[in-house]
Write a protein that binds this ligand. Structure first.
Ligand SMILES: Nc1ncnc2c1ncn2[C@@H]1O[C@H](COP(=O)(O)OP(=O)(O)O)[C@@H](O)[C@H]1O
Ligand SMILES: [Mg+2]
Length: 237
């Protein structure tokens, strides 16, 4: 069997004395497109933060491509190929779109920016606009494109659709699919827009109280209204 790309083994983690993740085990293979869902406060953001080294691992083990991540800084994890687009998006308001994207290049040449503009033509049109002038959807595009320019192998998106209109959500979801198909990318999407997220992913992992309570095909969960209601509180409508 091939080594999983990311493996969390019996992970306990949190912030200082607070424990949020409590015996979380999860294994993700290269090329998977996974939705990580669950009610508010179950530990989705903390899972992503722990993988990046932004929350404290208190027990268990996290491996990326076989390598134990404990002891590596967030920057070192990013250099290994882990990428996170936080819920806050973190677009610099006083910088232009292009300057925001340049910040994601790491050691690559400026020519790589064309990848971002190819994926999101809207950003090419707005390249000299300031970050503060962008709509929420455009800010999300900048945040995703900037992360991609660092050539992650595993990209984690924390509620990328939050607060966005349906059409722009669809545009983003299509771009996510394209990213996985055209690059050697593995994607983890945390979403409250559960139905939309399940439609665009292969696998659904549900968290409750800091551990995995469901792991299966996204499509099957999408069609199981009872399970959705029980696991994530999504109504039958
Ligand atoms: N920086 C922090 N310090 C202490 N507790 C936190 C911090 N961030 C989140 N928490 C707590 O951790 C729990 C899980 O939060 P989070 O991972 O953000 O959940 P989710 O993303 O699933 O909504 C919540 O009870 C939250 O209050
Ligand atoms: Mg969260």
């Amino acid at each position: 069997m091939a080594t999983p790309l990311l493996e969390l083994m019996d992970v306990t983690a949190g912030y200082g004395p607070v424990t949020v993740l409590d015996g979380l085990s999860l294994s993700i293979d290269q090329g998977e497109k996974l939705a990580l869902i669950g009610r508010n406060g179950v530990g989705k953001t903390t899972t992503l933060a722990t993988v990046m080294g932004l929350a404290q691992l208190q027990g268990g083990c996290i491996r990326f491509d076989g390598e134990d991540l404990s002891g590596l800084t967030t920057h070192q994890r990013a250099m290994r190929g882990l990428g996170l687009v936080p819920q806050t998006r973190d677009v610099f308001p006083s910088l232009t779109v292009e300057e925001n994207l340049l910040a994601g290049l790491k050691h690559r040449s400026r020519a790589a920016l064309s990848e971002a503009y190819d994926l999101f033509p809207r950003l090419a049109e707005r390249r000299y606009n300031g970050g503060a002038q962008l709509s929420g959807g455009e800010q999300q595009m900048v945040a995703v494109a900037r992360a991609l320019l660092g050539q992650p192998r595993l990209l984690m998106l924390d509620e990328p659709l939050e607060g966005l209109a349906p059409l722009i959500r669809l545009e983003l979801l299509r771009a996510f699919s394209r990213m996985v198909t055209e690059r050697d990318l593995t994607l983890v999407i945390v979403e409250q827009q559960v139905r939309e997220a399940l439609q665009q992913t292969d696998r659904a992992v549900v968290l409750s109280r800091g551990r995995v309570v469901h792991d299966g095909p996204a499509q099957a969960l999408q069609q199981d209204a009872d399970a959705l209601g029980r696991l994530v509180g999504v109504s039958h409508s």
